[in-house]
Design a protein around this ligand. Structure first.
Ligand SMILES: [Zn+2]
Length: 282
């Protein structure tokens, strides 16, 4: 019990001492004899240091080098140890950053580097993002769900840009299916011309969980094309692998197209009319 009390007193003394400057502490151990100053830190020592004029800095250096133990006890040493224990002072920096920029970088990491969406929820990522979010402003936080929403929005923009590109163009569709580790995907690419340049755009990479019948493939292809605002009569050609179901799916799409054109024949006159007006207005 007694040690505990003396210990806490010691700490209190240390704190009180550390609040004083080295100069203030040192002055207690410098004797004055008129203008002359002399060392009196250790009355038991033979130290005879006298200086014609008081220069506290000199005495502090003297105490530290010649009376190190007492210097430590009286708090005259630079406290390297205790300063290391102090919380590191992290400078605040001014950099241009806003919410939009943060979202953009996070989305890029997921979209371009194949990081899982859940990486946003990793503890380590949170540390970084929370720090940045704090700089951006209160109420901004990230999680996998928010990242997913942003990704979907970004994908939507890309999709509508591709749809705009393909509008009123003849499109060549390339279909390819692949399987690995019991997962089956159907990849649908579109090939078309923009200003005499052939471009290829991926319209969809669909995971097919059902059995890949011709009807199912046809439906998946149709859904993808219509989601880009495409109509079957825009399809100039279809390139597929030799899979029987794939070939059958294309045949079914062809039938659909024939039916479509038969239906459209009914209002072909109307189409002609509108074409004429378009040419006239041009
Ligand atoms: Zn001395």
């Amino acid at each position: 019990m007694a040690t505990k009390i003396s210990g806490s007193n010691g700490n209190a003394n240390k704190r009180a001492r550390s609040a004083r400057t080295f100069t203030e502490i040192a002055k207690d151990y410098i004797g004055l004899d008129g203008e002359e100053a002399f060392c009196k830190i250790d009355p038991t020592s033979e130290c005879k240091l006298r200086q014609p004029k008081l220069d506290v800095g000199n005495f502090i250096r003297h105490f530290r080098s010649q009376h190190p133990e007492l210097s430590t006890e009286y708090g005259l040493l630079k406290e390297f140890d205790s300063s290391a224990k102090k919380a590191r002072l992290i400078p605040k920096r001014l950099v241009p950053v806003d919410h939009q920029l943060l979202v953009e970088y996070v989305i890029k990491m997921i979209a371009n580097r194949n990081l899982p969406i859940s990486f946003v929820d990793w503890d380590e990522t949170k540390l970084l993002l929370d720090r940045l979010s704090e700089a951006v402003g209160p109420g901004i936080s990230f999680n996998g769900k928010i990242a997913k929403n942003h990704l979907q929005a970004a994908a939507g923009k890309v999709k509508s840009a591709i749809a705009d590109e393909m509008k009123n163009k003849l499109i060549s569709i390339k279909l390819d299916s692949a399987s690995r580790h019991n997962r089956h995907v159907l990849c649908i690419n579109a090939q078309y011309c923009i200003r005499d340049e052939i471009v290829i755009r991926t319209l969809g990479i669909l995971e097919i969980k059902e059995s890949q019948t011709a009807n199912l493939l046809k439906q998946k292809i149709m859904n993808t094309l219509t989601s880009y605002g495409m109509t079957l009569d825009q399809v100039f050609s279809m390139v597929v692998d030799n899979g029987a179901n794939m070939l059958a799916a294309v045949r079914k799409l062809k039938e659909e197209l024939v039916m479509l054109s038969l239906r459209e024949d009914d209002d072909s006159e109307k189409n002609f009319e509108s074409n004429d007006t378009l040419t006239a207005s041009l």
